[in-house]
Design a protein around this ligand. Sequence first.
Ligand SMILES: Nc1ncnc2c1ncn2[C@@H]1O[C@H](COP(=O)(O)OP(=O)(O)O)[C@@H](O)[C@H]1O
Ligand SMILES: [Mg+2]
Length: 304
Amino acid sequence: MEKPLIQIKNLKKKIKGKWIIKGISFDLYPGEVFGFLGPNGAGKTTTIRMMVGLTSITEGEVLIEGYSIAKNYEKAIAKVGGIVENPDMYKFLTGYKNLELYARMSPGVSKKRIDEVVKIVELEHAIHQKVSTYSLGMRQRLGLAQALLHQPSVLILDEPTNGLDPAGIHDLRNYLRRLAKEEQMAILVSSHLLSEMEMMCDRIGIIQNGELIRVETVRDLIEKDEQAKQVLFEVEPIHVAQQVIEQHFPQKRVERVEKGVIISLSRSEIPAVSALLVSNQVQLFGIQRKSKSLEEKFLEITHQ
Ligand SMILES: Nc1ncnc2c1ncn2[C@@H]1O[C@H](COP(=O)(O)OP(=O)(O)O)[C@@H](O)[C@H]1O
Ligand SMILES: [Mg+2]
């Protein structure tokens, strides 16, 4: 197993006598986009603020490339790029000037690096325009460029899709995936919307009431359901289909509907049933497996 770039160990936060974050642990690996998913008020921003040293840690620790954000802040933060609050931009300066100003505060950022990040976020055409003329999506990209200037190995973005239109979300997803894969960065993106996370992330951690209640790969979330599901076979003639299935699968209950028959099958049983129908001269027009959407699963997991 690769070495994690970030290790979160039993992280806790108490604010005004109340436990807001109740012991969160997870690791982030190079090359992955990790979705930090949870309803509003779950504790995403508070966790992220602790991760980047914007607020103190009550208990537990955050290690970035092995450096503790609490005990070794300078070394740890040098590896992190983040957009937590709205990035401060000078609206009446150009995008380029903003990056230059920011670069001056980060040691070792060259002019060449500024050009590189502008290219990564595809702002070449607008970088010499004033930020006041930018769309929200362009400002987001400028923020991302700024976060990337010092070549961090970890990128942390709190609800970066907020306020973006579908095209902007699509673009952001592409940049983040590319950065993770090509630069082998670890990227954490928070959101309260599963539908966005599903396409952007490799893994999803679900946070609720200050606890990480589940961490899973998106693939597992989608595929980990070999249990039987209702399968609709659109067929003709329907009564023949019902007969042959009942004959060969006496333990199955076959329900007739307007367009065909519905039976409860696991994924691996579907080919046998289809073959049976076809070999009995039943015309097969379609097969639909009613699967729970990720959204439904998310609601189920969080009991909303
Ligand atoms: N400074 C604070 N004082 C009191 N409560 C806070 C403070 N910051 C956050 N909280 C509470 O902590 C919980 C988690 O908030 P937050 O981390 O912002 O959630 P999220 O980002 O997931 O929406 C909320 O109930 C919020 O009201
Ligand atoms: Mg938040």
